[in-house]
Design a protein around this ligand. Sequence first.
Ligand SMILES: [Fe+2]
Ligand SMILES: [Fe+2]
Length: 262
Amino acid sequence: MHLMKTNRDIHQQKWIWHFEKNRMNRKEPDWQMPFAMEEKKRRALAWSLAEYQLGDGGGPCCLIARDADVYRASSSSTQRVTDMWFREEAEHSRLLSGAVRRLGGTFVTDTFAFRQFQRVRRFMGAQFEMLVLLQVEIISTVYYRIIRKHCDDPPIVEMCTLILRDESGHISYHRDRLCQDHPQGWNLFQRAWFYFLGYACAAVLWLGHGRALRTIGMKNRDFLAQVHRGLRGFVRSVLRRTRCGQSKTVLLPRHSHEGRAF
Ligand SMILES: [Fe+2]
Ligand SMILES: [Fe+2]
C-alpha cells in the first residue's frame, strides 16, 4: 500500500512538471486582428462559444464532488496536480472570453444543462466526477477540432490549437491516473460504462451545439466518427498500457500540437 502511494506520488510529480512546462510558449491569439466573417456563421459561433466559455472553466473551477476535499488532501502532490489541471481550465475560460468578445457575443452565466451538470458532479464522488470530466474533455476535443476546421478566423483557430494542446495533456494525465488505479486494465463492464458515459456526453453536446456547429459547416457523420475515434482511442490506450504493464512505470505525456492524446 505504501509502495503504491509512492508510485502515485512519482507519477503525479511528472505531471506537475508537465503542467509547469505547458505554461511556457503560449502565444496569445491576436484578438485585435481585423475581423471578417459571414454574419450567420458569426452568430452561431458567438452563441456556441459563449456557452462553452461557461462550461470550460467558467463555472466553479475545481473538483466539487462531496468528497473532493478528501481526495485533494490525500497527498500534497494530488492537491498540486489537481490545482494545476484546473488552472489550465480557467485559462480556457479566459481564452474563450477573448473569442466571445471578438465575435460580439453575449456572455452566459447560467444554463439549465450547466446546473444539471454541476448537480451530477456534486452528487457523485470525486472519482466519478473526474471520469465525467475526462469524458467532457474527450468530447470537447471533438468540438474544438470542428471549430478549428470550419472557422477561418486566425485568432480563434489559434485559441483552439492552444486549448487542444492543453486538453491533450489532460486526457493523457487521466489515462495514466486510471492505469495506475487499474493496473489490470478495464474489464468489459468498465469499458461499456466508459462508452456509455462518453456517448451520453456527446449526445448532450450534439443536442446543445449541433445546430451551431452545422451552421459553420460540420457534418453529423464527421462528428459521430470523431467521437467514436476519441473514445475508442482512449480505451485502446488504457488497454495497451495496462497489458504491457507500463502502468507500473511513470509515463510521460505524449501529445502533439494536433491535440491528439493517444
Ligand atoms: Fe478545458
Ligand atoms: Fe481539460
